[in-house]
Design a protein around this ligand. Structure first.
Ligand code: AMP
Ligand code: ZN
Length: 483
């Protein structure tokens, strides 16, 4: 089956054809590093990690280049630096804030089973022309001015939106509508109220770089045009790359403006061939916000939940739909993973992925359907439906290989299973299995006092035993975590 992806620009699901199959190129907007990343920020990171893994599976691990930037210049960072390190010179304080936050982000997303992207450029390293000749922001801005798409006014360099006939195509906002509806006061120095900042002058206590337009700092959008060109600009001068992603709040103005800058600077028909946007996440039915007190950081969540539970919970919903993040959902995801871990812990994964599972992912990353398929081929479900007779080891082996693509990893060996089982439930699964065997032995010798004692001991640990029968009608005891 072919890979099909929904493109926000053309508003259709299309077959994905890479420009160069030996180097499939993807860019995703990364975090602004001034505070802990929240669970909403985790969504694009997880979603595009699944796409990265799928592309690697399809085109080969060495044939995919994934760039996710780190925004380490932003007025929010300056404010945080001044607040948290009032005694330090601003530049030092900024470095402390961004380094600490970026390290925390890397640790958080690694715990969510995400592969590191091929390149993770930091904006501050791409402001001025570079020794290695990779694209930079100042050079891009000069190109835009030279080509008549930008002008200097009022201490800023601005992009001239009217110089681009189809400005607004991604978000569907037309310039004349924007003008009519403009409630914001028009800055007198702008030719058009929609013109946006490429460069602005810095005061003495703001970070700045010396540029042809004075000591200043870049606007937000130009960063991504520079960093994507720096790593995804084709070697044959082909500046268009394959996939650009981010959350749907970035469609306007961020991605609209990235497109304007990159196309006008390079003189190309497109910036990227597929624009992908994940839907928004809310918490227990409400928009997440600090003032509502329902602001959940990845870090908080990882204290209570294993990374793979968070990840599975995120992927139960298709990436373009909104997610309501709930405790109930997390608990359910944990139960599902407990089952899968028990099912496949001691088997070797197969080499091939389950075909129906793969087809679901190839259909615009339908992780919801892919997870449904994993349920179907899970031995636990087959057992509960009395269908264990048609269970084959191959299905379980494929289950394990498939789940690894979605979740990053599953335990490989019995020892790892015990280790991860402990981390998954806070309970030692090997010990539970031992207790179940001891209890079965006690019952076999009719020592019901002992068998009850073992059952109560497990209950005190929060483990509930269920006595049933296996497919051959022999007694079998399973367990679950009481919640
Ligand atoms: P920011 O650091 O705010 O620029 O956001 C980093 C990434 O997280 C962007 O791709 C945003 O679109 C995404 N994002 C932020 N909040 C949410 C949310 N509540 N749900 C889904 N994605 C989000
Ligand atoms: Zn961006």
């Amino acid at each position: 089956m072919e890979l099909r992806l929904y493109d926000t620009l053309t508003k259709e699901k299309r077959a994905f054809t890479p420009i160069d199959p030996s180097n499939v190129r993807m860019y995703v907007c990364g975090p602004t590093v001034y505070d802990f990343a929240h669970i909403g920020n985790a969504r694009p990171v997880i979603v595009f990690d699944v796409l990265f893994r799928l592309l690697r599976h399809r085109y080969g691990a060495d044939h995919v280049t994934y760039v996710r930037n780190i925004t380490d210049v932003d007025d929010k960072i300056n404010d945080r630096a001044a607040r948290d390190f009032p005694g330090l010179p601003l530049n030092e304080a900024i470095r402390k804030v961004t380094e600490k936050t970026a390290d925390q982000f890397q640790a958080d997303v690694a715990a969510l089973g995400c592969l590191p992207p091929t390149h993770q450029p930091r904006a501050t390293e791409f402001v001025l022309p570079r020794a290695d000749g990779r694209a930079d922001m100042v050079t891009l801005i000069r190109q835009l001015i030279a080509r008549g798409h930008a002008y200097e006014a009022g201490g800023e360099v601005l992009f001239d939106v009217q110089s681009m006939p189809d400005y607004g195509a991604l978000s569907g906002r037309r310039l004349d509508e924007q003008k009519a509806g403009a409630r914001v006061a028009v800055d007198a120095h702008k030719r058009n109220p929609a013109d946006f900042v490429l460069w602005k002058l810095s005061s003495e206590n703001e970070p700045g770089w010396d540029s042809p337009w004075g000591r200043g700092r870049p606007g937000w959008h130009i960063e991504c045009s520079a960093m994507s060109a720096a790593y995804l600009g084709g070697e044959r001068g082909d500046e268009v790359f394959d996939i650009h992603g981010g959350g749907l709040d970035l469609i306007f103005p961020h991605h609209e403006n990235e497109i304007a800058q990159s196309r006008c600077a390079h003189g190309t028909h497109a910036m990227a061939n597929y624009w992908m946007h994940n839907g928004f996440l809310q918490v227990e039915g409400e928009k997440m916000s600090k003032s509502l007190g329902n602001f959940v950081t990845i870090n908080d969540l990882l204290r209570d939940w294993p990374g793979e539970v968070v990840r599975l919970n995120m992927l139960k919903t298709h990436y373009r739909s909104p997610i309501d993040w709930t405790l109930k959902g997390l608990e359910e995801s944990r139960r599902v993973l407990d089952d899968w871990y028990k099912d496949v812990a001691d088997i070797e994964p197969s080499d091939d992925i389950d075909p129906e599972f793969l087809d679901a992912l190839l259909d615009d990353l339908n992780t919801h359907k892919a997870i449904t398929r994993l349920h179907q081929i899970s031995p636990t479900l087959r057992l509960s439906e009395g269908r264990l007779d048609d269970w084959s080891g191959d299905a379980a082996r494929r289950h394990k290989k498939s789940a690894a693509l979605l979740l990053g990893l599953l335990p490989q060996t019995a020892a790892e299973r015990t280790e991860r089982g402990r981390s998954l439930t806070g309970i030692d699964t090997a010990r539970i299995d031992q207790s179940i065997n001891d209890r079965a032995a006690a019952r076999a010798r009719k020592d019901f006092k002992e068998s009850d004692r073992i059952r109560d001991e497990l209950a005190a640990m929060g483990v509930v035993l269920k006595d049933g029968k296996d497919a051959d009608g022999k007694p079998k005891t399973t367990w679950e975590i009481a919640r």
